[in-house]
Design a protein around this ligand. Structure first.
Ligand SMILES: [Zn+2]
Length: 191
């Protein structure tokens, strides 16, 4: 019950998109959490392999950082405004931090004022799995990674055109790669 009372305001703010400046975190604590890339210590991480990943929760727990595990595998929600990815506008691709599956591109990211990175469209139909979520007395739609079935966040129908959808995603389960980095890699290969 105590756990529910703690989680309920968080869930409600996710649902109703309550804008609260006082919650705005200026510290970049989660940005400094680790210098490891998601690839390190993670044998299933790949930006190119689309083979479905199906590990036991015990295996995930060994592979993933605690904060990623909590959101991705236990359907947790990160604190609003805690993600350094929430307000970035760089061009690039957002991959699943658990398995490397491409989820969103920066062109579809928008400022929702919700405190979580928000997008109006996934990178492809198969990149996301949808599931009804009726927890906390609300009727929501959960979104999960199409490759590893990790929890990402929820989708709501109050987003901007052209889709009218708002994919409200926990930044901790996103791995952002800037476009230039990919281009640099590509031109380095050509030389
Ligand atoms: Zn994934």
């Amino acid at each position: 019950m105590i756990r529910l009372l703690i989680l309920l305001p968080l869930a409600l703010s996710l649902q109703f998109c309550t804008y609260s400046q006082s919650n705005k975190k200026t510290s970049m604590d989660s940005a400094n959490k680790t210098t490891d890339t998601p690839e390190s210590n993670n044998p299933v991480y790949s930006n190119t392999d689309s083979t479905k990943v199906n590990l036991s929760e015990a295996e995930w727990k060994k592979i993933l950082p605690a904060d990623v595990y909590n959101v991705a595998r236990q359907k947790g929600t990160e604190r609003a405004w805690s993600s350094p990815l929430e307000n970035i506008k760089d061009k690039g691709t957002y991959y699943c931090a658990v398995c490397g599956n491409a989820l969103f591109v920066s062109d579809t990211k928008f400022e929702s004022g919700c405190g979580w990175p928000s997008f109006y469209q996934p990178v492809s139909k198969g990149s996301i799995i949808y599931q009804p979520d009726n927890t906390y007395g609300m009727s929501r739609t959960e979104v999960m990674c199409g490759r590893c079935k990790s929890h990402l966040g929820h989708v709501f129908d109050d987003g901007p055109p052209p889709t009218g959808l708002r994919y409200c995603i926990n930044g901790v389960v996103l791995d952002f790669k800037k476009a230039q980095e990919a281009e640099k890699k590509y031109s380095a290969k050509k030389d």
